[in-house]
Design a protein around this ligand. Structure first.
Ligand code: APR
Length: 227
């Protein structure tokens, strides 16, 4: 089977009702990113950070995948599909994708403030101030904050290098190292982009499906199945 690697961002979950970050009325318009999504913000006021992620986790329990997530899961019948997502929601998994690599962590998990390898599945429940992990240290959201390393990038790079086809769905490609993944693709390989807006960086050999993911996914499936 040919390999399809897909890089997704907040835009793929927009039609499921989850806010993106940099669109108008996005999360970074409503919240100070450095207060709720950085290690400095956590050290300054962990309760504000816990509340930010508790609210998003609670919302996720009742959030369903949309056509775009299901379309990617369906493509597993025809391709070896690897999803590399910047999203911390679990909508790819809920839709049935079997290979999902989270670059920026997962809302449904918590980890020790002292050791991000001590991870606990918490589902959709709150993390409370004073709640500790098995090492006796405070639990924090299992999220990669600004200024923190992205350990999963090491696994993501080979998935791009080995891909026969690449797709980029619903990401502004503003954040590195995720945005830099495209530099690792096989030279000359096509990149299919699904985004209603223009892409901020120039991508060689890109085919831009300028639509929302919920409809663009069926155009992508049609294009790929013709291959
Ligand atoms: N379908 C497809 N794309 C969409 C849709 C939609 N319905 N709605 C919006 N988009 C596109 C926007 O045009 C934009 O290009 O999704 C992208 C969202 O960009 P961002 O809000 O910057 O989200 P993302 O690229 O995922 O951000 C990357 O930044 O804040 C950090 O860690 C956070 O993982 C996040 C990272």
């Amino acid at each position: 089977m040919k390999r399809l690697t897909v890089l997704t961002g907040a835009g793929i979950s927009a039609e499921s009702g989850l806010k993106t970050f940099r669109d108008s009325n996005g999360l970074w318009e409503e919240y100070d990113v450095m207060q709720v999504a950085s290690i400095e913000g956590w050290n300054r006021d962990p309760e504000i950070v816990l509340r930010f992620y508790n609210d998003r986790r609670k919302q996720l329990e009742f959030t369903e995948p949309n056509r775009a997530h299901f379309g990617l899961a369906e493509l597993e019948k025809h391709f070896e599909v690897s999803v590399i997502t910047q999203n911390v929601d679990n909508l790819h998994e809920k839709a049935g994708s079997s290979q999902v690599l989270h670059l920026h962590g997962e809302l449904t998990k918590a980890c020790s403030v002292e050791n991000k390898n001590i991870v606990k599945n918490i589902g959709y429940r709150e993390i409370l101030p004073g709640e500790t992990g098995e090492d006796g240290k405070q639990l924090r959201p299992y999220i990669v904050w600004f200024g923190e390393a992205v350990p999963a990038i090491g696994k993501a790079i080979p998935l791009v290098k080995e891909a026969d086809y690449l797709a980029v769905i619903g990401t502004s490609l503003n954040v590195y190292p995720a945005a830099g993944l495209l530099d690792y693709r096989k030279s000359g390989s096509a990149v299919y982009i699904i985004d209603p807006k223009e892409i901020s960086i120039h991508i060689e050999n890109a085919y831009h499906i300028k639509e929302n993911a919920g409809t663009g996914i069926d155009k992508l499936i049609e294009l790929l199945l013709k291959k």
